[in-house]
Each structure stands twice: as structure tokens, then as C-alpha cells.
Design a protein around this ligand. Structure first.
Ligand SMILES: Cc1cc2nc3c(=O)[nH]c(=O)nc-3n(C[C@H](O)[C@H](O)[C@H](O)COP(=O)(O)O)c2cc1C
Length: 329
């Protein structure tokens, strides 16, 4: 059975990629993930704010107790980050030496600036590709969406023209015309997209009357939004597509591939079950393929994409009307 897949020009032995997460802080765990069958690892992100803080520190002649960057909110202290930029590059080199699978680094920021020079340093340190995470919450009512997207495209252009390795962009689902924006990303140098970032969603504590920031691990239901957009974008998108979010069971993997993903990125399921989950997903996918008489991923990739529909938007609206009308009380 052939589980090989091509992602960002990398030939991977299977579609199981460890998504950006704290796993790469721990070399032993990374070894276990590779031994369990991971075909590539995405390191945790190096943040624009973190790089800015380091650059500020290195430019100051004295020894400031605390860098003033960034100025407007309570960001982590420079020393709170698990890996500072230099440690990050050293960790990347160690992972490259220790493992024989591609290591993808993650750069996380919003504005064009000095931090993008880290893309070159990642390439020099042996990254096989870079995932660019443009995480932001557009909340200023005076800034139109096209201005925000133009800035994002500029970051993508700047980073992808600075390196020879492929650059993938990790996207949020909240764009007014996501399929169009994906095409623009490709025109501006993105070799692939990762669908999706999981945006942090704070809750309220009603006793303390405070906002509560917490990180919820995903469930399979989080996959549904990915399936919809994978199936809409994959038929026309010229680059690679990773599905990130809600992949927990072999059926989730099969669905993501059928919708058009080249790989699935796993984080929550590995945090819940440990590295062994990769071999369980691998075996489960093979069992399903065997029972469906499928010999390779190429046979199924994109088979359930929206290309089958005359118009995905019309079909979606028709489904929507039908399910609402079918409800009886
Ligand atoms: C503890 C934790 C840390 C994460 N760190 C990063 C990160 O540094 N950069 C990033 O792009 N995504 C990060 N993510 C998001 C994941 O890469 C992934 O997109 C998301 O968790 C959805 O996948 P999942 O459903 O398999 O968890 C993190 C997620 C978790 C749970």
C-alpha cells in the first residue's frame, strides 16, 4: 500500500506531519514521534515580537532589565519564551542531525520587518520549508480587509523571495473570499497553505468579571470547517495543502485526503494520546484503504472536492435551505 505523498515539493513517506507545537522543545519526544512514523515535523513558532525583543536587546549598549518591545499589551517577557531565537536555530540543527525526516520551521508575525530575516537563518540552519503564520485579529474599524490582506501578501512576498526553500502560509478561515485570497498567496510566492490556524478564543469568568485565556484542544468536529474549505480550494490551488485542526481518528485522515489535503498536521491528538497515536492513525488508514480497495493516496486525494459540484456556492446554499426546511418540531 502506497501512503507516500508530496508536500511543498518534499517527498514524504506518509501524510502524518506533526503540526507546530511545543513537541520540538523536547528532543526525546521528537525522536519518539519520528519512530512512531511522523513523516515531517513543524517546529513551534518563532514570533515577530520575540525576534523584535532580541534585536532590541542586542542593539542596546547597557543591560536593560526588560526590553520595551512590544509596547501596547502584556506580551510575554523575553525570557518567558521556551526557545529564544538563537536556541531555536540550535534546536533546528540538532533535530536535523538527529532525525531523517524534514523539519519545517514556523515564523509567526504580521508586519514586514527585521524578523523576516530569520527566514534566511532558518534556511541556513537546515529547515526544509517554512510555515508562515500570519496570526492576527483585525479589530480596527477604520482598516478595511483589503488593506490587511495586502499587508499579508507583502509579508509572504518578502519571506518567500528571501529564501530558496518553500514557504507555506498558515491561514485563518476568516477572509471574505478565502478561495481568492489563497490564489493571491500562490501568486505572491506561497508554495502551500495550511488550513487552518486555530484562533485563540477567550472566555469570560463571571465571578472575577475577567477575560479568561485558555487553550482548548480540538475535537473531530473542528475538522468540518477544514473539509469544506479544503474541498473548495484544492481543485484550483496550484500548491500544496495541509489540513490542520480536528484530525483525531483514521476516518478524519481519510476525509481530509478526500477533500484534497496533501498531508494532515497533528497536534491535539498527539497531546492527548502521545506519539503512539501516529502509528494508530497509520494502521487505521491502511485498514480503511484495504477495505475500500484503495492502493495509493493518489487514488483518493480530492475525490470528494467541490469540483464535483457545478457550483459549490449554489450547492452549499441549496443544502442549507433543504436542511432547515427538513427540521420538524
Ligand atoms: C499547545 C499548542 C501549541 C501550539 N503552538 C503553535 C505554534 O507555535 N505555532 C503555530 O502556528 N501553531 C501552534 N499551535 C496550533 C497547532 O499547530 C494547530 O494548528 C492546531 O492546534 C490545530 O490542530 P489540532 O486540532 O491537531 O490541535 C499550537 C497548538 C497547541 C495545542
Amino acid at each position: 500500500m502506497d501512503l507516500t505523498t508530496s508536500y511543498l515539493g518534499l517527498e514524504l513517506k506518509n501524510p502524518f506531519v506533526v503540526g507546530a507545537s511545543p513537541f520540538c522543545h523536547n528532543l526525546t519526544l521528537c525522536r519518539e514521534l519520528a519512530d512512531a512514523g511522523a513523516s515531517a515535523l513543524v517546529m513551534n513558532s518563532l514570533f515577530e515580537e520575540q525576534i523584535g525583543a532580541e534585536q532590541e536587546l542586542s542593539q542596546s549598549s547597557g543591560h536593560p532589565a526588560k526590553p520595551s518591545y512590544p509596547p501596547k499589551a502584556e506580551y510575554p517577557e523575553y525570557t518567558d519564551y521556551h526557545l529564544n531565537p538563537e536556541h531555536y536555530l540550535r534546536q533546528l540543527k540538532r533535530l536535523r542531525e538527529m532525525l531523517d525526516i524534514p523539519i519545517i520551521t514556523s515564523l509567526n508575525g504580521r508586519h514586514v520587518g527585521g524578523w523576516v530575516s530569520y527566514a534566511q537563518r532558518m534556511e541556513d540552519a537546515g529547515a526544509s520549508a517554512i510555515e508562515l503564520n500570519l496570526y492576527q485579529l483585525p479589530a480596527d474599524p477604520s482598516v478595511p480587509g483589503d488593506e490587511i490582506e495586502a499587508d499579508m501578501l507583502e509579508v509572504v512576498r518578502t519571506v518567500s523571495s528571501a529564501v530558496k526553500i518553500p514557504v507555506a502560509v498558515k491561514l485563518s478561515p476568516f477572509h471574505s473570499s478565502l478561495a481568492h485570497f489563497a490564489a493571491r498567496l500562490s501568486e505572491n510566492g506561497a508554495a502551500g497553505i495550511t488550513l487552518f490556524n486555530r484562533l485563540h478564543q477567550p472566555d469570560f469568568d463571571l465571578t472575577k468579571m475577567e477575560k479568561v485565556a485558555h487553550l482548548r484542544l480540538s475535537e473531530s468536529t473542528d475538522l468540518l470547517m477544514r473539509l469544506r474549505w479544503l474541498s473548495i480550494i484544492s481543485p484550483d490551488f496550484p500548491g500544496s495543502i495541509a489540513c490542520s485542526g480536528g484530525v483525531h481518528h483514521p476516518a478524519d485522515v481519510a476525509k481530509a485526503l478526500l477533500a484534497g489535503a496533501d498531508v494532515v498536521q497533528l497536534v491535539s491528538s498527539l497531546l492527548k494520546h502521545g506519539p503512539v497515536r501516529i502509528s494508530e492513525l497509520h494502521n487505521g488508514l491502511e485498514v480503511w484503504m484495504q477495505s475500500a480497495k484503495i492502493k495509493s493516496l493518489d487514488e483518493i486525494r480530492g475525490k470528494m472536492s467541490a469540483k464535483r459540484a457545478v457550483s459549490p456556492a449554489e450547492e452549499e446554499r441549496a443544502d442549507y435551505l433543504r436542511i432547515l426546511q427538513a427540521w420538524r418540531v
